[in-house]
Design a protein. Sequence first.
Length: 131
Amino acid sequence: FSSGGDDNGSNINAINQTKYFDMGYPHLVKRFKAIKIKYYLTVNTLTFDWYVDRGVRTGQYSGDSAGGAKLGSFVLDVDVLAGGNVAYHRQNLPDNCVGKDISLKMTSNTIGDAPRIEGIEIEWEALYVDA
């Protein structure tokens, strides 16, 4: 470990996973439609793994850093204007993403500022009760 914070040039794996959420309805089978995430990331990408029904169904996708062109170099109708280092990502989930609960794991292994998750929203619909 380097006290200067560069960890001798090596990446540090950062892995965070939420608990399994049942949205307050443990016996209700749900179809999870989409995941919306707001996060702070200055470089590279975050990998998001989702687990439904305690891992019976799984999937993965990536989210990029916020990016965008700075105001002084922004070209109208060509560039996306940078809005800081907060990124927003919405991921539609497949139709077979059905179960009673869902968990989300975020993984980063980049050099630089640690990523920070600022908000997670899960879109879901009720299907049936399985007592």
